[in-house]
Design a protein around this ligand. Sequence first.
Ligand code: GTP
Ligand code: MG
Ligand code: ZN
Length: 298
Amino acid sequence: MKGTVIKTVGNLYTVETENQIFKCNYRGKNKLNNRFSNPIVSGDIVEFIISDKETGIIEEVYDRKNYFLKKSLKDKKAHIIASNIDQTLIMASIKSPYTKLKFIDKCIAASFYYEIEPIILFNKIDLLNNNEKRKLDELISIYNKLNIETHTISIKENTNLKEISKILENRSTLLIGNSGIGKSSLINYLSNKSNQKTDILSLKTGRGKQTTTFSEIFKLKNNGTIIDSPGFKDFYFYDIEKNDLKFLYPEFKIENKKCRFNNCNHVDEPNCVVKENLGKSINIRRYNNYISILSELI
Ligand SMILES: Nc1nc2c(ncn2[C@@H]2O[C@H](COP(=O)(O)OP(=O)(O)OP(=O)(O)O)[C@@H](O)[C@H]2O)c(=O)[nH]1
Ligand SMILES: [Mg+2]
Ligand SMILES: [Zn+2]
C-alpha cells in the first residue's frame, strides 16, 4: 500500500492513503543509512503493509523530490525537517519575539541550497510602533532587492491573511520560524479542522515556550498543505560547507566583475569585489551575518 506520512511522533507515523489513515511503525531503521536522526518525516511517500484495520508497518520510503535538513543537536546527525516541498515560508517578527536577521538569512541560504523557493512572512505587525514599522520597511527592502518575496501580516487582527492563503494554494509549504512566532496560529486560521495548541508568550523573556514537538502536515482550505516543524531557536546547517555558502547569496554575483581569486570566500582575500561593494550593492548586515554563519561551518 502506498501513502503519505502526515505526522510523526517518535517512532509512530500517521500515514494517509486516498481514503484512510493508518498508524504505522517502521522496522527497517537499520536498513537506512545512519546519516539521519529521523529516518521518516512528514511529506514522505512510503510503502507499507497493512497489519490491522488501522495499523501498518512501513517497508520503504520512496525517493524524495527534495528535503530540508538541519543538524540534530542531540546526535549531530541530519535531522529532516520535511520532504517533497514546493516552498519555505520563513516566519519572522520585529517584536515578541524579535527574529534575528541571521536566522532569516540562514533559512534563505538553506532554501536555496535545497532548491526550494523562500518566502518571508513578517507577523505581528499589530504590535509595531512607527519606529519599528520603519525598521520593518528597511528589512523588507533588503530582501526585495534580492527578489525574495516578503509579506507582512497580523494574525491577531486578520491583516493580509487572504494573500497568504493565495500563495499557499495547491502547493506544499514548509513553515519555519522561532518558537512563539505564530506558526500554529497561522495554521489554525488557514486549515479546516486543526486546532493546534498555541502558547501564551512567557512574560519574562518575550519568547514563546515550545509547544510543538513533532512535524505534521495540515491540509488547507485552498487545497494546499503546510508542514509545521517544532519551533526552533537556533538551527545549524548539516551538509552546507564553508565553500558552499557564498553561492547561496545572490547579491555576491556582481555583473561583469570577478574577485581576484576564483574561490574567493569574500573574507579577507585581496581584490574582492564583494568587499568593494559593501554598503553599495551588498548590504552590510547581510554581509556581517554571512561572515558569522561562515565561522560556524567547516
Ligand atoms: N499580537 C499578536 N500576537 C500573535 C499574533 N500571531 C500569534 N500571536 C500570539 O503569539 C503566541 C505564540 O503563537 P503560536 O502560534 O503558538 O506560535 P508557534 O510559532 O506555533 O510556536 P511554537 O509552537 O512554540 O513553535 C500566541 O499567544 C499567539 O496568540 C499576531 O499577529 N499578533
Ligand atoms: Mg506551534
Ligand atoms: Zn571575493
